[in-house]
Design a protein around this ligand. Structure first.
Ligand code: DGI
Ligand code: FE
Ligand code: FE
Length: 190
């Protein structure tokens, strides 16, 4: 499939705003892939598809998980924002025939990250954080980090998320903690 075909697939799933976000993430993923030597086409594709089910109502998402035999863990069940990544990857594989494991995993882990991510997983995780449509306190520091080190950007991103979730007494997914620990041990000093 070419880029136009992927855009045509994704368009009906998303609002104008979320579609624009997906284009921004695809473009940032392409940029980071070029910079750090990941597959540029896979990065763009994972970027455009990553939020495919983000706007499906929670009831619909639960039904689809049932159909796919996905059983949520105790940390995933109460955090609806985590569902679209797990389910999105399964949906793309089973309903839309996307079979590239690297692309599917980059989508699967785009929200939580995980320990020892592949280059493509890091590219997509960081691209989603710093795409040009994002505005949050600290985004500039993340953008700057990502210009030199993906691992440093993963460290900043996961520590920001963990701090934010802990302040609001939300559960923190074990993969997010594992990604944070991994990047503490592996990110080069800034
Ligand atoms: O889908 P997007 O909005 O583009 O971005 P995303 O898929 O990275 O989702 C971000 C949201 O996910 C944000 O509200 C924080 C939440 N999140 C990320 N990691 C965790 C988490 N929520 C919980 N409960 N636990 C996590 O580990
Ligand atoms: Fe997302
Ligand atoms: Fe996103």
């Amino acid at each position: 499939m070419n880029r136009e075909e992927y855009q045509t697939i994704i368009r009906p799933f998303l609002s104008e705003k979320r579609f624009r976000h997906s284009v921004c993430v695809a473009e940032m993923a392409e940029h980071l892939a070029g910079k750090f030597g990941a597959d540029v086409e896979k990065a763009w594709t994972a970027g455009i598809l990553h939020d495919i089910l983000k706007e499906k109502p929670p009831e619909d998402q639960l039904k689809m998980m049932d159909e796919f035999g996905i059983i949520l863990t105790d940390e995933e069940r109460p955090s609806q924002k985590l569902w679209h990544a797990i389910l999105g990857a399964a949906y793309l594989e089973r309903k839309l025939g996307i079979s590239d494991r690297e692309i599917l995993d980059a989508i699967r882990y785009h929200t939580t990250a995980r320990a020892d991510m592949t280059l493509l997983e890091k590219v997509v995780f960081v691209a989603d954080f710093i795409s040009s449509d994002r505005e949050f306190e600290g985004v500039e520091a993340l953008r700057q980090a990502a210009e030199t080190s993906l691992e440093q950007a993963v460290l900043l991103g996961t520590s920001m998320t963990i701090r934010d979730l802990a302040e609001r007494h939300r559960t923190i997914h074990p993969d997010t903690i594992a990604a944070y620990n991994w990047s503490v041990l592996h990110a080069p000093a800034p």
